[in-house]
Design a protein around this ligand. Sequence first.
Ligand code: EPZ
Length: 443
Amino acid sequence: MDMFCVEGGHVLHGTVRINGSKNASLPILAAALAIEGEVTLEQVPQLQDVATMRQLLQSIGAVVELLDDGNIRVDARHVRSSVAPYELVRQMRASVCVLGPLLARFGTARVSLPGGCNIGHRPIDLHLRGLAALGADIRLEAGYIVAECSRLRGADLDLCGPHGPTVTGTCNVIIAASLAQGRSIIRSAAKEPEVQDFARFLNAAGARISGAGTSIVEIEGVDQLHDVRHTVIPDRIEAATLAIAAAITYGDVIIRNAPTTHMTCVLNALNLIGIPIDATHDTLHIRASSMQRPARLTAEPYPGLPTDCQAQFMALLSTIAGESQITDTVFPERFMHAAELVRMGADIRIQSNSAVIHGVARLSAASVMASDLRASAALVLAALAAEGHTEIRRVYHLDRGYHAFEQKLNQLGAKIQRTNDGSQNIVPRPHSGPISLSISRQA
Ligand code: EPZ
């Protein structure tokens, strides 16, 4: 399995460009299954998760082409299957995004229930509740969700859950409602930029969606969606990760193609910590000084601070003298990275859904293990600031969501080597939490 060897202590400087968004691309690619035409997507990042989604679409019978210009073309006109197999779904939870499109297009879908996840308990009850509200019959059969409905009907439904709205759940219900009969109102919808981009994509394919980006999305169902060409938004989480990399090394970095209007909360948090940033509509210039301050941050649904940046901020705050605190209201257990940072000399205590951090003068190199995508990014950032050579294992997690991450950092002056740790390339399955499923169709 691949691992990184990171030589700490190098100040980052220079310019780097952001790729398209993973979390916008995945539901959009899945939605192509519901489109009876050709879908051409620009700025889709070359990531392991995108490759898994392409494989899933091909296994269902869609024609997926990687074009010379890096764009992707999907043609699902001749798809006949509506089954998403366990072998692919277990590799990537976002595979559940094919549920809505398949049900909407074929009136039936059989999708393996996603297993557990290292970032916490992740049920899909809200997805199923929304689809049932549109008239679907849903049951669990041999580890598969089986959803059926001759024709979905518009409905007024609420998608609020114990930790707020659901991002991919909102996408699944939006696409289903877009091909349902009549009008739907989705209350407590997720407002993330990825949901807004999803709606923009579907409207360009002939859907009639309004209110995306607010908590109330209204949809007038249509009979069919048509050919569409769409450019996926840049990745705000990749931009935030590179901005924090600049800050943790006291660097001077320009980040191009950064979706700054989607990053207000991230930029406010960096300002709060004392990191001067110049921002234009698509560029960030970080000139980090040593005058950094501790801070109290809370990860919340958009437009709040993204939970997908929580680990990276924890790495940064671990290096700033004084007491800081990070609370995660979206994934209250998302602290697997804390123990690995403590191995590097950080002082972090977890108290329910918060981490209390006392900054240390300098982190020290160690052998650490990545547990999930953002945790692995945080360990790389900590290693950049640490004294000595850090070994980070299981970087396959990183490849799921960052394209050429080490090349980009090395381009900015980091010293990161990707090597093989000599162990078998067996991708361990994440631990599996309890799953509840009993959905009755609403009259
Ligand atoms: C999306 O996951 C992202 N993934 C995640 O990014 C991100 O962390 C998350 O949104 C929150 O911003 C993709 O877009 C592919 P949720 P999603 O449904 O949609 C609970 C990364 O690092 N919930 O919005 O799966 C859930 O347990 C990944 O790129 C229910 O209770 O997240 C969580 O506590 C990791 N029932 C909260 O809601 C449901 O049916 C938000 O989850 C669904 C969710």
